[in-house]
Every structure is written in C-alpha cells, then in structure tokens.
Design a binder for this molecule. Sequence first.
Ligand SMILES: C[S@@+](CC[C@H](N)C(=O)[O-])C[C@H]1O[C@@H](n2cnc3c(N)ncnc32)[C@H](O)[C@@H]1O
Length: 361
Amino acid sequence: MEETRISDSKVEKLEEENEEAQAEIQIWKYIFGFSILGTVKCAIELGIADAIENHHQGLMTLSELASAVGCTDPSYLFRIMRLLVHQKFFKERSTIGCTTGYANTPLSRRLLRRGENNMADFILLENSPPMLAPFQCLSNHVRGTSDKSIFEEANGENLWKFTEANPDQSKLFSDAMSNDARVLIPKVIKGCPEVFDGITSLVDVGGGDGTTIGLLVKAFPWINGINFDLPHVAFVAPECDGVTHVGGDMFEYVPKADAIIFKWILHDWNDEDCIKILKKCKEAIPKDKGKVIILDAVIGQPKDDKFEGLKLMLDMIMMAHTIKGKERTLSEWDSILMEAGFSHYVINSIPAVHSVIVAFP
Ligand SMILES: C[S@@+](CC[C@H](N)C(=O)[O-])C[C@H]1O[C@@H](n2cnc3c(N)ncnc32)[C@H](O)[C@@H]1O
C-alpha cells in the first residue's frame, strides 16, 4: 500500500515536470506566433506558392524562386522558406542538379491566389490592420469601459460602414468570403442536396460577391438565384449566369422567393436583430413550402466535433469585428428561431465550421 502511494506521487511529479517543460515551449509559441502569420502573409504577397505551381516541374531552387518573385537578396527568401518548410507549408526536394528545391504541399496550395481551395484572401483579410486593430482594445470592451463596438473603437466606424467607405477593404472582405464559399458550398451540395429539393427561386441574403448563390445555381440549374447585399457590395459583384444581384438593406426588405439562404450572416448580429431579420425572411417565403437555410456554426454540435476549437476562435472574431454578433449553441439557435415564429427546424452536420440549419415557417 505504502509503495503504491510513493509510486503514485512519483508519477504525479513526473507529470508536473512534463507539463512545466511543455508550458515553457508553448508560451514561446504564443510570444512569437504572430511571426508565422506575418511570414505566411508575406509569402502570399510575394506569390511564392504561385511561382512554384507555375514552374514546369513544380520544384524551384532558391535562386529560381528569388528571380521569379523578384527578390534581389535571396538570403531573406532563404530564411522565409526555412521557416515555412519547418511549418510544413512547403517541402524540400532534391533537384536534378542535386541542389535543394522547394515544392508545394496541400497547405501551401491554399496560399495560391487562384485555385480550388485557395484561402489567400481570407488570410490577407484577417491580417489586415483594420481587422487586427480591434484585438488591441478587446479588454476595454470586455470590462465594459466603452459603449462603442470594438471595431468602431478601433477603426472609427462599424465594420459595414468602414467597408462601404473603403472599397479596397470591401473587395478584400468579399474575396475572403468567396474563398470560404468555394470550399463550403460543395460540401453542402454533397452533404445535404435534398435541402434544395422543390426550390425554384432562392435569395442569398448578405451574399457578398455572389459566389455562394452562383455555385448553388450551377449545381441546381432550375433555381433562379438572387444575390442580395448592401448596394456598395451588390453593385460591384461580378456577373454570374442564373444570378441577379440586388442591392438593399435586409432590415428593411428581403426579396420574395421559395427559399432564403444565409451564410455567415446571423452570427454577425445580436439575438434581437436576428429575430428582426428572420421575421422579414418569414414574410418573404411561402407558408406551405418555404424554408430558410442558415449556414452558420452550432457550438457544441455535433459532439466532439473536430471543428469545435475553430468555432470558438470564430466567436472571438465575431466579438472583435461585429456589434454584438456571436456563435450560437443549439439552445440559442432554438430560441431565436422560435421567437421569429418558425414552427420547426432541422440541423444537418457537414465537415465544416458551419452546420446547415433549415427552418420552416
Ligand atoms: C460575413 S459577410 C458574409 C458574406 C457571404 N454570405 C459569405 O459568407 O460568403 C456578411 C455580409 O452581410 C452583408 N450585410 C451587412 N449588413 C447588411 C444589410 N443590412 N443588408 C444586407 N446585407 C448586409 C455584408 O455586406 C457582407 O457581405
């Protein structure tokens, strides 16, 4: 009995030492972590992944890469590539001349400016000064010392007014959302195609540049698509077959259709505003066969979801960037949907941060 107790305490001590050793490394990762994001942003701006992808062998030496991306001193590029290889963005391979060459990986291909799964604009958006600035005043807001939204405190205007006044930031914002739509919408189409059964007209409310509705209309060509967003967004959206762009304010009016889809809209708003928007949507769809399709996170659902940590990070982004937006749990979704007068809803899980919530009048 005595021996067991001694060995238990030894195990505990070893565990504590191990935790201490890990904490020492972990904390430095937080101290220096921003440098990785800064370097990834630099790699996107230099077009490193694109240069490698466009090379006929997909493998470039340092000097080839330096001349392709226009670096006069390759020693800087060498250090950037050394970190990004260590972070497993790029791979090192031997070239025919037996020098070291750099090749893309699935991760670096997400830094391509064009490409199926590219997330380059999203990285540039989240690392742009106006999106980072609110994180400098998060604690003031949490203490309740300011009555302004954090984004407004940091940038002088709320997110939507700021993007309206800054067309470059507005384009970056729409491009970033489009990155997500290109990855997400095929998963929605594959995971729950039945959601679109019987729909002949569909409005994407807050649809940005129309990528989401464009992909849906392509997959279900009998659907007549409307992309509805604030005028400064809708009026610069690119033309797309089967899609009409309409500018307006969803708090005032939502175009009529068989169904309405929202991707990453309701998480931008507090419960009261969501209920107002949802009530407008309920008026815009038919009572018998209408539906509202919500692509947003459900915190805690499904259980042990590998996307849960990302949902919690996204919730902090909502805290920093929106007036009172938040990610919601199942009971929070239930409460706003019932309050807005929907009779029932179903939640479909897909392998993404978003779930597909379908609400019926
Ligand atoms: C987070 S983005 C989502 C864009 C797109 N649904 C996506 O996820 O790819 C929110 C969108 O809501 C739009 N928006 C904000 N306020 C709006 C309003 N009052 N009426 C219509 N759209 C609005 C913004 O312009 C922006 O395009």
